[in-house]
Design a protein around this ligand. Structure first.
Ligand SMILES: Nc1nc2c(ncn2[C@@H]2O[C@H](COP(=O)(O)OP(=O)(O)O)[C@@H](O)[C@H]2O)c(=O)[nH]1
Ligand SMILES: Nc1ncnc2c1ncn2[C@@H]1O[C@H](COP(=O)(O)OP(=O)(O)O)[C@@H](O)[C@H]1O
Length: 205
């Protein structure tokens, strides 16, 4: 069976990754979202196992020691990581998986899955980024400042990505990502055996 596509979506805090991902999941229900582990405290309304697997530092270290994470990174004082088994088994079953992760983790995934599709979500401007993260109302002023500093560093790594998508309008950004997924499937179809009868078919013409 063909493996599914691994789609990695990164972008600075507040750019709209979570929002775009949840709209994308409604539009493309067959796309499987990987739930990360984190040591960050749950925000109001976040549910363990749905938004994240919320872990203590000790539990997170244990996951690392057991090689249970495909990648992990520290981001503004908290640890985040992608559970390995879920991603590998879902891809092996032929389904597409989307990871919503920061840049350091994405670059580690790229080493292991160079065939992955790496998409960077950009804000229309830095001013708009700051007003989105402030408007969300989940972070203290200190955290917002730290995240803005990290955002600028992160954006300098965009050259490692295959695609840049500006999140000006949510639906337009989702549409662009859907187009990327369709295009990547078409690109990979060049190699796969389900087209094996094509030469025979063309010979007949
Ligand atoms: N490396 C890595 N980063 C992750 C993972 N899960 C989430 N992140 C990233 O960690 C950063 C902080 O996430 P979070 O605290 O939820 O803040 P938010 O993305 O601004 O809502 C974001 O850039 C996430 O994309 C993961 O499994 N691995
Ligand atoms: N295209 C957009 N236009 C305006 N606001 C947006 C857009 N995308 C996301 N937002 C808002 O920006 C804030 C941050 O979005 P969120 O998805 O939490 O970002 P991230 O997951 O990248 O940190 C939220 O309040 C969200 O409603």
């Amino acid at each position: 069976m063909e493996k599914g596509l691994l789609i990695v979506l990164s972008g600075p805090s507040g750019v709209g990754k979570g929002t775009v991902c949840s709209v994308l999941r409604q539009k493309v229900p067959e796309l499987v979202y990987s739930v990360s582990a984190t040591t960050r405290k749950p925000r109001q309304g976040e549910i363990d196992g749905i938004n994240y697997f919320f872990k203590s530092r000790e539990q997170f270290q244990e996951m690392i020691a057991n090689d249970a994470l495909l990648e992990h990174a520290e981001y503004v004082g908290n640890c985040y990581g992608t559970p390995r088994d879920f991603v590998e088994s879902t891809l092996a079953s032929g389904k597409d998986v989307i990871l919503e992760i920061e840049v350091q983790g994405a670059l580690k995934v790229k080493e292991k899955f160079p065939e992955g599709v790496f998409v960077f979500l950009l804000p229309p401007s830095l001013d708009e980024l700051k007003s989105r993260i402030t408007g969300r109302g989940t972070e203290t002023q200190d955290t917002i400042n730290n995240r803005m500093t990290v955002a600028v560093e992160e954006m300098s790594l965009i050259r490692h990505y295959d695609y840049a998508v500006v999140n000006d309008e949510i639906d337009a950004a989702c549409h662009r990502i859907q187009s990327i997924i369709v295009a990547e499937h078409c690109r990979r179809d060049r190699y796969y055996s389900h087209l094996a009868d094509l030469p025979a078919a063309t010979e007949k013409v």
